[in-house]
Design a protein around this ligand. Structure first.
Ligand SMILES: CC(C)(COP(=O)(O)OP(=O)(O)OC[C@H]1O[C@@H](n2cnc3c(N)ncnc32)[C@H](O)[C@@H]1OP(=O)(O)O)[C@@H](O)C(=O)NCCC(=O)NCCS
Length: 177
């Protein structure tokens, strides 16, 4: 397994992986991990376009985004992590984290490795804080983030009403510098 920065050339393959990953959202014994109904658990086209353009925007400028993938020896993607700027102005010292690990590879420490890799990049990029939001029902993710030193900063009860159920939204953060 190796972690590499996602390139523009690799984006189409990444999107295939991501859509397969999102098909797990709320499926079977996997908790909902994205605020999307089961029938819409795909990466929206407009978000894919914003993702691609964000990869080309200088860090700290509005809309910037960077992503890394963990690849197996056969080049298939086993997990990913991405960082992006907040939409609000004057927040260039912070970023938002998103991630996932393919269903075949969960519980083997890949999530922790991806976070450690992204945090190294954050330090070099001069960004001070990493923030994230997670559905409160997503116990595996909250456990991973706590284990990596993220602390809860708040929770919005019943933020989403999806597939007939209410979901609370937890905010977490970590100061790196
Ligand atoms: C959340 C997710 C990224 C975790 O990745 P992972 O590679 O399985 O996590 P790791 O193996 O590195 O485990 C890290 C820690 O989380 C814990 N953990 C992992 N899965 C867990 C589970 N199902 N239940 C409880 N704890 C769990 C591990 O025990 C470990 O804790 P430790 O440091 O105290 O030993 C993965 O389950 C996933 O992709 N889920 C679906 C997508 C998702 O939730 N993305 C995040 C959206 S905010």
């Amino acid at each position: 397994m190796k972690i590499e920065k996602l390139s523009l050339a690799g984006f189409a393959g990444f999107l295939d992986y991501l859509n397969d990953h999102l098909s797990d959202n709320g499926h079977s014994d996997t908790a909902y991990f994205q605020p999307l109904p089961r029938t819409e658990s795909r990466f929206p086209v407009e978000k894919a376009e914003a993702f691609i353009s964000g990869m080309q925007i200088e860090v700290g400028q509005p809309g910037w985004r960077r992503a890394w993938v963990m690849r197996e020896d056969d080049d298939s993607i086993a997990g990913h992590i991405d960082l992006r700027g907040h939409p609000e102005r004057y927040t260039g010292h912070r970023c938002l984290l998103g991630m996932g690990v393919d269903r075949k590879h969960r519980g083997q420490g890949l999530g922790k490795q991806l976070i450690a890799h992204a945090e190294q990049w954050v330090l070099l990029a001069g960004v001070q804080w990493v923030d994230l939001q997670v559905l409160s029902v997503n116990a595996p993710a909250i456990h991973l983030y706590q284990s990596c030193g993220y602390r809860q900063t708040g929770e919005i009860p019943n933020m989403f009403h999806i597939d007939g159920k209410y979901f609370s939204y937890t905010s977490m953060t970590k100061r790196l510098r």
